[in-house]
Design a protein. Structure first.
Length: 285
């Protein structure tokens, strides 16, 4: 509501079955904010419902636990002056409940839905952008042939909540519109709240395992070449584990600080790979 870009339409999508919450929000929010019920359960169906309701030329989507900078929409929209640009995302910075746990490496910020080490620091074309800070043209080709895939979207009702529906969406977008550019503009900033419940090793490992399951589906559907960014990330992580932390840990105090981060980073990579392997063996859909 405080965006510097004036011509916006705000839609709040409430998960299916939460009529009471929707009613409360309609009473509490201004009348120019549209509160609607999702046509299904989970994140993907909420996104699809919002897209179907939106009337603007550009769709911008944000998570319910995130806060946009006041220039967020303005920074996204300026990229669309280039007709080849079909989608734009931005940087997602974490808001920690207190201080960041020392064992959380910036390489693992993706676990909590934020920009991580390896994310582009300057404006450039990318395969996909983060779901908490993404936008794309409301093109008839996209609306008619594409949806966020519920099998890959987060869903609190599922034991293993998947987490790659935006990756799948943007890969499909590039296939559907050859030559389309997906841009990451770090100047378009969203800040993402990190709940205390996510700051545990068990959550990190569960989330990593689900990521592996999801990436197995992506790999099976689009080929192993579609995971180039993930392979680069893993190589960079191994370099950090084998070299960076050892160089920094020259003293005993540094070793105490760096060792937990290195161990958690290694455990998360192992959990992700395990999920990927099991996903391929069991054929998750």
């Amino acid at each position: 509501m405080r965006q510097s870009y004036p011509n916006t339409e705000i839609i709040v999508v409430v998960d299916s079955g939460s009529e009471e919450l929707a009613s409360v929000l309609r009473k509490d929010l201004p009348s120019n904010v549209f509160v609607i019920l999702s046509t299904g359960h989970g994140l993907s169906e909420a996104r699809n419902t919002g897209v179907a309701r939106a009337t603007g030329d550009i769709i911008a989507q944000i998570d319910d636990d995130a806060v946009a900078a006041e220039t967020w929409i303005e920074k996204l929209v300026c990229n669309y002056q280039d007709s080849k640009v079909t989608a734009v995302g931005g940087r997602v910075d974490p808001i920690w409940p207190a201080s960041k746990p020392k064992w959380v490496s910036e390489r693992l910020y993706w676990i909590v839905g934020c920009s991580y080490t390896g994310t582009a620091q300057t404006r450039r074309a990318v395969r996909n952008v983060l779901g908490a800070n993404m936008s794309y043209r409301k093109d008839i080709r996209i609306l008619g042939l594409m949806r966020f895939r519920s099998a890959l979207g987060m869903n609190a009702a599922e034991r293993w909540s998947m987490a790659c529906d935006e990756t799948d969406f943007f890969i499909n977008l590039s296939r559907l519109i050859p030559g389309a550019q997906i841009i990451l503009d770090p100047d378009a900033i969203v800040r993402h709240y990190v709940s205390k419940g996510k700051l545990s090793l068990s959550y990190f490992l569960r989330r990593a395992f689900s990521e592996g399951l999801s990436k197995a589906i992506i790999s099976r559907d689009y080929g192993f070449a579609s995971l180039t960014e993930e392979r680069n990330y893993v190589r960079g992580t191994f370099r950090e584990l084998l070299c960076h932390d050892r160089r920094k840990a020259t003293g005993f105090s540094n070793l105490i600080f760096e060792l937990p981060r290195a161990l958690v980073l290694a455990a998360v990579i192992c959990a992700t790979v395990l999920g990927f392997v099991i996903g391929h063996l069991r054929g998750y859909d």
